[in-house]
Design a protein. Structure first.
Lengths: 411, 590
């Protein structure tokens, strides 16, 4: 790849040894003082909040790795995090990716870019620059393009719904003694929600002997949830799948449900995605209203992460560890493992290491292994079910990661 | 055709830009260099509609997005090459322009802007509903060039530049043609343009079609650069705003405006994002916004016009001394005493039969009938609110009569659109002058000539003749903004004359003129009449009128009071009463 080896004049002196041919950078990479890892996430604009949490997770991981002696295969070289702002539009994300590959020529790998549309654009650039990227975005498209340098650590959207449904039915059955039969879907029309709802409509519900009796799609932000809630009240489904992306929509619907006497578990509510379990929810919705609400997410702070959750709390004042923090934390460790395996600070070698690595069971992502299939999807990637309990969303599934027992709301 | 002189600057600019681009090896800077022409072309497409016609579009993302999606989906579902898809996108954009324009041009001003805003937002949801939240262009490893996928990013910049050069040249050709003149005339005063024989709806539809086509083509190219298309990234509010921002920052209504805006703003936003944003996330938006606010405050019409005005002022003060005395000697034929050299024939060229128009309960014009004979000057007088201007508006088609007929050469033309009536040979001027201040007198007058002229040269010829007939030849190349009221009145007269009308309707042409000045204008009108023109004139100042007209038609409360020779009418009690009240009518009788 020629694009990355070309550099600006101002950096020429700095990178004299690395510039130009690949051989030169290999020679230079024998004894690096530090190894640079990129983090390309939104830290300004609409999505700044999740991006900031991702940065916190990455910073913690880099500190931990360095404190434990850095990259041993590279004589204890330290990791250095390079943070780039992907902004709040696809164009800005792509520009930032281009800046990353053009100006941070010695990055060995990166993590990003939160929204799957950003990740799609960013990886178009990084793929051409042979820069490995780990992502928690779970759109199936990301790893359907035949790319070699993108690695999806989370279960894809379609797969998440497939995994979650049987678990939720089992949970309902054991807790209430009766198997749910009818469901309602309330979804907004954003990419991730549509993907999950589509998978349910097209087969998943039927496979699980569930009958869809209310199916409503809305455009965020909602101005009023009354008509939606009325439809649910008259249909009385056994389960409600509610897929918001915007926190205000989550609040509006939960409050309206409560007002109509359907809240707090009268109709068990299951969400997909992180919106309903963000710390910001508590600023607008009372914990009582949230009690018992379930959501299916790609990953979450879980059993075995207690120390990390505590550290995140003291260091960054985050009340709990969302998927954004824990996944990005895990990404840094995977990159470290790949560096150990590659034995050199070179992006192509790290990419090769990621493709071939088999680092055993995953510690930071739910279930599965640290191993990627030919598409770049993590083998056996599971998902997490989180439940609001006493004002905190805690992991209740899978059992081996659960921090608390799930309860089924009783009416 | 475009003279070499105006082709040279865009060509040089493009070559220089290409040279810089080839010298840049950093792929990030190269991407920014690619995005500059992309947004410049998008700004130019916006400018073609909104800059020239003054109808602000907040919804150009509609066309941009249609182009982007057409290019992306065509590759995914039909495996068509973008080399083919971008022209197809342009066609679709043009069709969209036509479909959007046809209903929306019924609206004007803010209503038009708001309606335009709705289109991309509505289409955005349609594409979300269709399930195109995220569309990625497939990688074609076997035939990258056939699918416009280059390993060398320079080629994207060069392609963007080629599109930009083509758009600049196209815009310049339009700017100098009847097309551009028509759009400018619409911007200044749509009603006046219509009265000057311009079919405003047809020209506006052509403008939005072309504008939509350009926007869609560049949208398609943008998809090719971004490789990922999402509804928000091509139909979003920010996209529409981008077109407005670059054009308004750089200069509205000029080919260079969007280019200047884009060359400055796109790299600035990126530099701020990369440099300031790395220190304080989000600060880039604040600085960028403030910079735009400052520039708009200092240069409300955009940088281009501000700089041009400054430059003009400089050069003007240098050449002023040599220029002035010649300019002052405006040669107008001296006023001769009212001559009766004309022979008003008996032939009726315009006949009005019991014409009425009411606005709700107000009868603005009621049952007015009169005849206009070939080669006469008819003065239409009456106190304020007598319905004089309404009568003119009925005659030239601005208003449809509630009742009655207007016959031009025996043909009933009542209810026709103004530009049709203009084609039938009726020209008019307006009480309120609406000159194009930045254009020369000659260019101002050309607008009026197109109704008769077949070619550009003929239009110039007609305009030059008209300017000569009103005695402004000596100052024909001065900018209208520098003219006195009298010269502006004469210029308006010339604009009407340039359309080679047989009948002229003059609405308060002498208003706001001093005594001597009014005489000069009267002399010009008399000369026009001597040359065979038939004239109807509305006026308040009786003095000048008595010497000018052959016959008076007096209106009050929308109805004809009397009609006749000047000396008879001015002594008529009913006329004096209408102007001055009953008390004075009694005085006059004594």
């Amino acid at each position: 790849m020629t694009a990355k080896s070309k550099i600006t004049i101002s950096r020429r002196t700095l990178l004299a040894g690395a510039a130009g041919a690949l051989i030169a950078s290999r020679a230079w990479a024998q004894q690096p003082a530090e190894v640079k890892v990129g983090l390309l996430v939104p830290i300004s604009g609409l999505y700044a909040r999740p991006g900031t949490v991702m940065r916190e997770g990455a910073e913690m991981a880099v500190d931990h790795i360095n404190a434990q002696g850095g990259i041993k295969a590279l004589a204890g070289a330290k990791l250095k995090l390079v943070v780039l702002d992907s902004g709040d539009t696809t164009e800005k994300a792509k520009n930032a990716a281009q800046r990353m590959v053009a100006q941070e020529t010695d990055l060995v790998a990166a993590s990003g870019a939160y929204l799957s549309s950003f990740t799609l654009a960013v990886t178009e650039v990084t793929e051409r620059a042979n820069l490995p990227v780990l992502t928690l975005s779970y759109s199936d498209l990301i790893t359907d393009r035949g790319f070699k340098y993108v690695f999806q650590t989370a279960a894809t959207a379609g797969s998440q719904a497939r995994q979650a449904l049987p678990q939720i039915i089992k949970l309902a059955e054991t807790a209430s003694g009766k198997r749910p039969k009818t469901v309602a879907i309330l979804t907004d029309n954003t990419g991730a929600s549509i993907a999950s709802a589509k998978a349910m409509r097209e087969g998943l519900l039927a496979e699980n002997q569930l009958q869809l009796i209310v199916d409503e799609t809305f455009t965020p932000p909602l101005a009023d949830a009354t008509s939606l809630v009325q439809k649910i009240r008259s249909a009385k489904p056994d389960l409600l799948f509610f897929l918001p992306t915007v926190i205000s929509d989550a609040k509006l619907l939960l409050e309206k449900m409560n007002e109509f006497g359907l809240g707090q578990g009268k109709i068990p509510t299951i969400s997909f995605g992180i919106a309903i379990a963000e710390p910001d929810m508590l600023q607008t919705v009372s914990p009582e209203l949230l009690q018992g609400v379930l959501t299916c997410v790609a990953s979450w702070g879980a059993k075995g992460h207690e120390a990390l959750i505590a550290e995140l709390k003291t260091r960054y004042k985050e009340p709990w560890m969302t998927q954004n923090a824990i996944s990005t934390y895990g990404d840094m460790w995977v990159i470290k493992d790949a560096l150990e395996k590659a034995g050199k600070a070179d992006r192509v070698a790290v990419g090769e290491a990621l493709r071939t690595m088999d680092a055993g069971p995953s510690k930071y992502y739910p279930l599965g292994e640290i191993k990627f299939d030919e598409k770049g999807r993590r083998v056996g990637a599971g998902m997490t079910i989180v439940q609001w309990q006493a004002g905190v969303p805690v992991t209740v599934f899978p059992p081996q990661l659960a921090l608390a027992q799930p309860f089924w709301p009783k009416n | 055709m475009l003279p070499m002189r105006s082709l040279l600057p865009p060509l040089l600019f493009t070559l220089a830009y290409a040279g810089i681009s080839l010298g840049v090896t950093n792929s990030y800077y190269q991407l920014i260099l690619t995005l500059v022409p992309v947004w410049a072309v998008f700004g130019l497409s916006w400018n073609l509609l909104s800059g020239y016609t003054g109808l602000i579009s907040f919804g150009h993302a509609a066309f941009f997005g249609i182009g982007a999606y057409a290019t992306a989906l065509g590759q995914i579902y039909f495996n068509i090459s973008p080399w083919l898809l971008i022209p197809i996108a342009a066609m679709l954009g043009g069709i969209a322009g036509l479909l959007i324009g046809f209903p929306t041009f019924r609206l004007q001003g803010h209503y038009f802007a708001l309606a335009m805003l709705a289109y991309p937002l509505a289409i955005l949801y349609v594409f979300e509903w269709l399930g195109f939240q995220e569309v990625t262009l497939p990688i074609k490893r076997d035939a990258p060039i056939a699918y416009m996928q280059f390993a060398d990013p320079h080629i994207y910049t060069l392609l963007g530049l080629a599109l930009m050069l083509a758009t600049i040249v196209l815009t310049q050709v339009i700017e100098r043609s009847r097309f551009g003149m028509a759009l400018l005339a619409i911007k200044q005063n749509e009603a006046a343009a219509e009265a000057a024989g311009i079919n405003t709806l047809a020209w506006k539809l052509r403008a939005i079609t072309l504008s939509g086509a350009i926007a869609a083509a560049i949208g398609g190219f943008y998809a090719q650069v971004l490789l990922v298309v999402t509804p928000a990234s091509v139909f979003g509010m920010l996209v529409s705003a981008q077109a407005l921002t670059v054009a308004m920052f750089g200069g509205v209504g000029t080919v260079w405006g969007p280019v200047i805006g884009s060359v400055i703003l796109i790299p600035l936003a990126e530099i701020l994002h990369a440099e300031a944003g790395a220190r304080i996330p989000g600060i880039q938006g604040v600085i960028f916004g403030l910079a735009i606010v400052c520039v708009i405050l200092l240069a409300p019409e955009g940088l281009f016009w501000k700089l041009r005005d400054l430059w003009r002022k400089r050069t003007a003060s240098k050449t002023d001394v040599s220029d002035r005395p010649e300019a002052a000697a405006t040669n107008v034929t001296t006023l001769k005493p009212a001559s009766q050299q004309r022979t008003a024939t008996g032939e009726v060229v315009l006949e009005v039969r019991s014409l009425s128009r009411s606005f709700g309960g107000l009868k603005a014009v009621q049952d007015v009938s009169f005849q206009l004979h070939k080669n006469e000057i008819l003065g239409i007088i009456g106190p304020n609110g007598a319905g004089k201007t309404t009568l003119f508006n009925l005659l030239n088609g601005f208003l449809k009569p509630s009742q009655g007929e207007v016959l031009i050469d025996g043909r009933n033309m009542s209810g026709q659109r103004p530009h049709v009536i203009c084609e039938a040979g009726i020209g008019r001027t307006f009480q309120v002058m609406r000159p194009f201040l930045r254009m020369s007198i000659l260019d101002n007058v050309v607008v009026g000539a197109y109704v008769r002229a077949r070619t550009e040269d003929q239009a110039r010829q007609f305009a030059a003749d008209a300017v000569a007939r009103v005695g402004l030849s000596a100052v024909a190349h001065r900018v209208a903004g520098e003219l006195s009221t009298k010269e502006l009145r004469l210029m308006e007269l010339a604009r009407a004359v340039a359309g080679q009308p047989r009948i002229l309707l003059l609405d308060e042409t002498l208003a706001g003129l001093g005594h001597g000045e009014a005489d000069e204008v009267v002399a010009v009108i008399q000369q026009l009449a001597r040359d065979g023109m038939t004239i109807a004139i509305i006026e308040h100042t009786m003095q000048a009128m008595v010497r000018l007209v052959d016959r008076f038609l007096v209106l009050d409360h929308g109805a004809v009071i009397t009609e006749g020779l000047p000396e008879v009418v001015t002594r008529d009690n009913r006329v004096i009463e209408a102007y001055l009240g009953k008390k004075w009518a009694g005085h006059a009788a004594n």
